[in-house]
Design a protein around this ligand. Structure first.
Ligand SMILES: [Zn+2]
Length: 63
């Protein structure tokens, strides 16, 4: 009996918040990129992020 680990990645929409997980994030980022969103450098902490993406998960800029 074989067990397959199938990672299901849902469809993401433009402007939604980033998901948990590395692969999921990349799938999400691809959608944002296709939708015309671009990562920008946060003027406060210098992290690159999409406009709707918080600098950190708790939403606090680590400056
Ligand atoms: Zn920041």
């Amino acid at each position: 009996m074989s067990r397959l680990h199938i990672l299901t990645i849902p469809d993401y929409e433009r402007g939604t918040l980033p998901p948990e997980g590395y692969l999921q994030w990349h799938a999400w980022a691809k959608v944002q990129q296709k939708a015309g969103l671009r990562q920008k450098k946060c003027p406060r902490c210098g992290l690159y992020r999409y406009p709707q993406e918080p600098c950190r998960k708790d939403g606090v800029c680590p400056k």
